[in-house]
Design a protein around this ligand. Structure first.
Ligand code: ZN
Length: 399
């Protein structure tokens, strides 16, 4: 008999996370009519009829109740994209009034959602879009970065009654002091990279050192082993196959090749599943910007693409989780040891960190075992020798 700790919860092939960036207390009145139009708000319109948050729930996620979403929220006031824009842009902090606070708090309180840290202002605007400097790139010293994060964490605590467990650099730019500032401010996990999809990843920043088996998996960094969850899937990955302009030669060619193009994209998802890698789908809550461009990817333009991804994953062996659930499982599996003695075992815990979800999945092989009796006497049945068990002091018995 052999007991193995599974790579992911429930012995899944891949963890699946939807990552939605820039939910914030922002409204960009792109139509200029003084009313919130579809796709214009980033969270400012809360759960009202035309709000982006409602669109996410009603249009994108409605048929997929198992999908969990991690929002990356700039606590505000989030800056625009350029200075002196003619487009009306309203931006406030998420703790500006009780109603706003409770809107963000109820999102984080839902087991389906998590609100992660994404800076305060997101950066500094300039004359043109390319002059924009991302928040972590603005820091001139480690002290300055830490001071700013601590200020942000205070706002977060005021709204959510606890500190953020994870987060992401604005624009994936950590600057000179990013990693050390995260390492020193108590985060369990962070999202440092967007590896996009197979086709583009090898051409992006990571360049020739790119190796999908490591770049699409979890890594750690810093003295405190911060868990680095990459973003691995572009939410609009199918747009090139479904949004075709058949009035152009390229569009006609693509429509002929459509089944082949779609299949190629499915293979990218299948690659992640086959290799037990992370499927973290990157999106933004709104396309609206005050520089007249569209923010990409966004849940409005990528509706069909997201549905194709979710539909594909529906019957696969995946684990839908939030960033913190994923990080905690990774942390636990690397910081426990199973001590086996005949048909019994104990779990040695080698950490003193506060972990919320203390569960682990094990697979018992070469056995006709039917169940496990937990140290507290509860009998637990497995599924094909796979058991999701809580970590408790004492002796587990396999029967
Ligand atoms: Zn952002």
């Amino acid at each position: 008999m052999n007991i193995k700790i599974c790579k992911w919860y429930n012995n899944a092939d891949s963890p699946v996370l939807l990552m939605v960036d820039d939910l914030a207390n922002v409204w960009v009145d792109t139509s200029g009519n003084g009313k919130v139009g579809l796709g214009e708000d980033w969270g400012y319109d809360k759960n009202n009829k035309n709000s982006s948050y409602r669109y996410l729930n009603e249009v994108i996620l409605k048929s997929y109740p198992n999908i969990k979403t991690t929002f990356f929220v700039p606590l505000g006031p989030r800056v625009g994209m350029i200075e002196n824009s003619n487009i009306k842009f309203i931006s406030k902090r998420i703790d500006c009034d009780e109603q706003t606070k409770s809107f963000f708090r109820q999102i984080n309180d839902s087991p389906k959602y998590e609100i992660a840290y994404h800076g305060t202002t997101h950066g500094k605007v300039g004359k043109t879009t390319s002059d924009f400097i991302q928040e972590w790139e603005l820091y001139q010293s480690l002290d300055q970065a830490i001071e700013s994060i601590n200020k942000g964490k205070k706002i977060y605590k005021e709204v959510f009654d606890g500190y953020p467990k994870g987060g992401k650099y604005c624009g994936y730019k950590g600057g000179k002091y990013g990693d050390e500032s995260i390492d020193q401010t108590g985060f369990l996990w962070w999202n440092r990279y967007f590896n996009k999809d197979m086709g583009t990843a090898s051409k992006c920043d990571i360049g020739k050192d790119f190796n999908p088996l490591t770049n699409f998996d979890i890594k750690i960094f810093g003295k405190n082993n911060v868990i680095d969850i990459p973003a691995t899937v572009y939410g609009g990955m199918f747009n090139g196959c479904v949004h075709l302009n058949i009035n152009t030669i390229k569009g006609i060619a693509k429509s002929i090749l459509k089944p082949w193009l779609i299949n190629k994209k499915y293979k990218e998802l299948q690659y992640l599943l086959n290799n037990k890698l992370v499927i973290s789908i990157q999106e933004h809550i709104s396309p609206a910007r005050n520089d007249s461009r569209r923010q990409k990817p966004n849940i409005f333009d990528d509706k069909e693409s997201l549905h194709m991804i979710f539909e594909y994953l529906k019957d696969k062996n995946v684990w839908y989780c939030t960033g913190t659930e994923l990080a905690e499982y990774y942390f636990i599996r690397n910081n426990i040891r199973i001590i086996k003695k005949n048909k019994q075992f104990e779990i040695e815990v080698m950490y003193d960190k506060k972990i919320q979800n203390k569960n682990i999945t094990i697979k018992i092989s070469n056995t006709s075992a039917e169940a496990i009796i937990l140290p507290n006497g509860i009998r637990m049945k497995g599924n094909k020798n796979v058991y999701n068990i809580p970590i408790i002091d004492g002796v587990y018995t396999i029967i």
